[in-house]
Design a protein around this ligand. Structure first.
Ligand SMILES: [Zn+2]
Length: 279
């Protein structure tokens, strides 16, 4: 792990109603809900253009099929397009054949929208963990060179997982894994790289932690959702703790992000892997 030129900004392109494990937001109901994904992804694209940042956008297949023009806008902004799976179901709730179908269907939708075949994958809700490790080999078989779906967090993954980008070997070959930024607080790992953890932390503090990691030669991975930047987010009843992870401190987030994006160097994961980040 030598030459790193920056950190990784990633965006999961999905609707505000793509929340895992909530019955009244299940797959069959999506068509009836108001779409906000084009408007909010354009806000992210504008934000990144202003900061001249190239990012990785993990696009949900369901979105790519319905909004191919949005995939086109992301690509023409110079960003990398990765896969966020098809149905936004957690990987450990799928069996291997359904997971592979999700990958194939999403790749086809992205390609139909004019994007190159993706080499990066992000699972919904960081759901590649001890219950779904088989998914990494499936990704290798489908040509993915990296994954960013394993959180070193008790709630989602396993606090023992490495906190830095690392290589994972599978029976079918190896790939690189990019964990989200976490930090230690109250004796355990808490999220810092995105979601409520990033939204609730003062920008100066986030920047300081990123600089500390960079000082040790470690790039960090941050993640955003377009719905977090919705100026008028549709509200829906969610059970705790989803209500918290979804709605906590959305207001003022764009401003706080602006401060972080102005102070830190970011790029796409794919560009770094392709240029031999570990060489
Ligand atoms: Zn997602």
């Amino acid at each position: 792990m030598s030459t790193h030129t920056g950190n990784f900004l990633t965006v999961d392109v999905e609707e505000w109603f793509h929340v895992c494990g909530v019955d009244h937001l299940a797959h069959g109901r999506w068509q009836a809900l108001p779409s906000r994904v084009e408007l909010t992804t354009d806000i992210v694209l504008d934000l990144l253009a202003r900061h001249r940042i190239t990012a990785t956008f993990f696009v949900l297949g369901w979105i790519a099929e319905r909004y191919p023009q949005l995939v086109g806008r992301i690509a023409s902004g110079g960003h990398e397009i990765g896969s966020h799976g098809w149905s936004h179901r957690r990987v450990y709730e799928l069996d291997e054949p359904s997971f592979e179908q999700e990958i194939t269907r999403t790749n086809a939708a992205l390609e139909a929208a004019g994007a190159p075949t993706p080499v990066g994958f992000r699972a919904p809700e960081w759901s590649i963990n001890d219950r779904s490790m088989w998914a990494l080999a499936a990704l290798v078989r489908h040509g993915f060179t990296y994954d960013s779906s394993m959180a070193p967090l008790r709630m989602l993954g396993n606090p023992e997982y490495p906190q830095q980008p690392h290589r994972r070997d599978t029976p079918d070959g190896s790939l690189f894994e990019f964990p989200p930024l976490v930090r230690r607080r109250f004796g355990q790992h808490v999220p810092l790289g995105g979601g409520w953890g990033l939204r609730m932390t003062r920008p100066a503090r986030v920047v300081k932690e990123i600089e500390r990691r960079n000082g040790q030669g470690e790039p960090v991975t941050l993640f955003l959702h377009p719905w977090e930047l919705d100026p008028q987010p549709p509200r829906v009843a969610l059970p705790w703790p989803l209500r918290f992870s979804h709605y906590y401190r959305l207001d003022g987030y764009a401003t706080r992000l602006d401060e972080i994006l102005a102070s830190v160097q970011f790029g796409s994961i794919g560009a770094w892997v392709a240029s031999g980040g570990w060489a």
